[in-house]
Design a protein around this ligand. Sequence first.
Ligand code: SF4
Ligand code: SF4
Length: 352
Amino acid sequence: MEKFVPRLIAWEITRSCNLNCIHCRAASSKGPYKNELTTEEIFRIMEEIKEVGSPIIILTGGEPLLRPDVFDIAKKAVELGFKPVLATNGTLINKEIAEKIKDSGIARVSISLDGASAEAHDNFRGVPGAFEGAMKGILTLKEAKIPVQINTTVTAVNVNELPKIHELAKNIGAIAHHIFVLVPVGRGKELQKGALTPEEYEKILNWFYDQREKSGLQLKATCAPMYYRILRQRAKVEGKKVTFETFGLDAVTRGCLAGTGFCFISHVGIVQTCGYLELPCGDLRKQTFKEIWENSEIFNNLRDFSKYKGKCGRCEYIRVCGGCRARAYYATGDYLEEEPLCTYEPRKSNKN
Ligand code: SF4
Ligand code: SF4
């Protein structure tokens, strides 16, 4: 039987945030939120994670820098052999914080840019000054020689900004640009009214593929599992084999890792397959991480591709793509249904 190991864990170490972004999964606000995991609890859970793997831990929020023990958590992760990275809005980073980030062993910091100008970004983020704060944060990190990744959530509101944000990411010396396809949950639900169509996303993801060789940045399409189908279709047309040598990590990863190599831990210790699929799979105050990782029914369903339904269930790309389980859930009420944002018509007539 295939063994599933956590390779990436997004950990919402606090739900509090200093911004008010229109697409926020958690609909975070200032807080404080009650009952958040204590430092001791987080350390204990990390020891439990160690029993099943040595993942990259994304310290996220809310705004993770609002948690006073964020650097102790990062140090503990390093001590256990994990690789901690930080996902922040960047507005709280000054020289002193940048030094602390570096000293704690955080390997990379991701900052969101959803517009290439103050007007576009602040409009998206819902807070005047957010762009200036993020840019300042990026430059401060650069000065401290901390690798910076730019994240962009692509929606109808900012789709025209994407090429400009990509150029900006290059110009400010980021090492990576990750784009995210919107999942209609939290405040992101509101954005759905002006949502992009599957055809528009197809175009964007093809554009993203075109940047691969010329961009010089590490590129990743996140929560856009169909990108991994597009990549293979395009490579085939171009006569290229998809191997680690030619396509790097894109060749060996899967579109959606939720439940197979990825999971989410909430600010109060609830485990989900990912932050967007809001179905509790276990409570780390009552069960160990290993118990949840190995026995949760939802995790095990996502690992069994024969259970997938609709187009995804009969698709020859199921193993490299998988479709977004969260979007399937919000569209149909069933997380095993087909991805609503995919234009592809599978060739297979039967389920695999
Ligand atoms: S289910 Fe969707 S939102 Fe969750 S990790 Fe997979 S692609 Fe991303
Ligand atoms: S039908 Fe589903 S599995 Fe196939 S490419 Fe589209 S989203 Fe992926």
